[in-house]
Write a protein that binds this ligand. Structure first.
Ligand code: SF4
Ligand code: SF4
Length: 441
């Protein structure tokens, strides 16, 4: 046990530093960087969102207090900072609802991280929250330490409240907007995370324009809700609940938002799926795991130090170990975790292997691969039809934007290419329609 002195301003403390030491040499299989979603309150949340896949994870820890103890916090921060080779290390807090642990925990985490940071390293904090518990005091703290805050919001009131309710079934929209207001007042950096599901999939423009025009959002993520139906013994079934987005609805949603963004907001609003697609068209490494060829570099850390292969695979068979016993870099580099990540590529069905948009899709996330291909092979992604439609639809525009960026011009110049296109000639987007009936209009 050794002591590390940390101090920021007048708040200094000593940190009892135990836990496993960094291996003498970095494992050969260690990724150059990786992401940890740390859950200080485990699966505990003040809301009861109808589609949440994480609330049930409480059952993995019966009788637990679901509060990250001091030694786990210290091990997590120290091991993360020891393991990462990049100059900027993001410490990502998530839940459940992480703010339930209270502001003092986060104040302490920031001080502790500052005391453990290595020379040449800089720490950034991010927090994913439902925003209902954010107060002025929280916002001041988040602004002071330049947190990037992800706020879960599913659209305007009726669409948001369809599934995002509290434990009594009461709507949460007003509380989220109040929390967002505090973030605005204090200029906290934030992005909106919107799940797309059965209630909002038919309203893409209503959702997107609300975020852009009424929330003033500049960074938006859309995440599809795919909720398996049926029991454990029935788990090969491809049934989903009515809350799930339909594959075609997911494609239509992305296409409608893409067209609105292309016409009005390119360069001003950033939509994660569109940025990720542009990286694929530029043949750059994938920017999000679901579109990468392999994954395995984003683990979940439970409140007690248990590390799982991924936030979507917090299950006993995907438990890698505990950071109180094994150093984080060894867990992330372990053969079992490397195989988990490579399986994303190695388990693709033939439909994906011969698919013309595989370079952008890569079969998306393995958790959604539970349908059978027309040839009878298992393991096709439930959302396949939507992704095919979306990637085919954006192909022409993405090619133009990628060419612009390669020519050191902004992607937003695509607007002037459309505007200058001869009205009676095919639209440069590749749709086959005349420009005057497509983007030239
Ligand atoms: S399993 Fe899915 S969510 Fe998890 S790392 Fe792989 S692609 Fe990402
Ligand atoms: S679009 Fe469908 S077939 Fe193509 S890579 Fe994605 S999931 Fe596979």
């Amino acid at each position: 046990m050794r002591e590390v002195q940390v101090g920021v301003g007048d708040r200094s403390c000593s940190v009892a530093s135990g836990g496993p030491a960094l291996p003498l040499s970095r494992p050969l299989t260690a990724p150059s960087s990786f992401h940890v979603m740390a859950k200080p309150t485990g699966a505990i949340c003040n809301l009861d969102c109808r589609y949440c896949f994480y609330l049930d994870k409480k059952s993995l820890y019966p009788g637990d207090s679901f509060r990250m103890p001091e030694d786990v916090l210290e091990n997590y921060l120290r091991q993360t900072l020891e393991s990462q080779t990049a100059p900027v290390v993001t410490l990502a807090w998530q839940g459940g609802e992480p703010t339930l642990i209270g502001l003092p925990f986060f104040r302490r985490a920031v001080v502790m991280a500052d005391g453990l940071v290595r020379e040449g390293q800089r720490v950034e904090h991010s927090l994913q929250t439902n925003a209902t518990l954010l107060t002025r005091e929280w916002a001041e703290f988040l602004a002071e330490h330049d947190f990037l805050v992800g706020v879960s919001l599913d659209g305007p009131r009726a669409l948001h409240d369809a599934y995002r309710v509290d434990k009594r079934g009461a709507p949460s929209f007003d509380k989220v907007m109040r929390g967002l207001g505090h973030l605005h007042e204090h200029n906290v950096r934030y992005n909106l995370l919107c799940t797309v599901h059965g209630a909002n999939e038919a309203h893409p423009l209503e959702v997107y324009r609300f975020f852009r025009d009424e929330c003033g959002a500049q960074f938006i993520q859309f995440i599809p809700i795919v909720e398996r139906d049926g029991t454990e013994s029935d788990d090969r079934s491809d049934k989903v609940t009515g809350r799930s987005v339909t594959p075609e609805g997911w494609g239509r949603f992305l296409i409608a938002v893409f067209e609105e963004w292309l016409s009005h907001d390119i360069g001003a609003v950033f939509v994660q799926s569109f940025d990720a697609a542009l990286a694929s068209w530029l043949h750059l490494p994938a920017t999000i795991c679901v579109f990468a060829e392999t994954c395995g570099n984003a683990v979940a850390l439970e409140h007690n130090g248990d590390v799982y292969s991924c936030d979507h695979f917090v299950e006993s068979e995907h438990l890698l170990g505990n950071i109180s016993e094994t150093h984080l870099i060894e867990l992330v580099s372990s053969p079992i975790q490397r195989r988990f990540g490579e399986a994303k590529r190695d388990s693709l069905p033939r439909s994906c292997l011969k698919c013309d948009v595989r370079f952008a899709c890569n079969g998306e996330c393995p958790k959604n691969r539970f349908v059978t291909t027309p040839e009878g092979e298992e393991g096709l992604n439930y959302l396949c039809a939507g992704y095919r439609d979306f990637f085919h639809h954006i192909d022409g525009s993405m090619r133009l934007m990628a060419d612009l960026l390669r020519a050191k011009r902004p992607a937003s110049d695509v607007g002037s290419i459309f505007a200058k296109a001869p009205r009676n000639k095919p639209c440069p987007c590749g749709s086959g329609a005349k420009a005057k009936r497509c983007h030239g209009s």
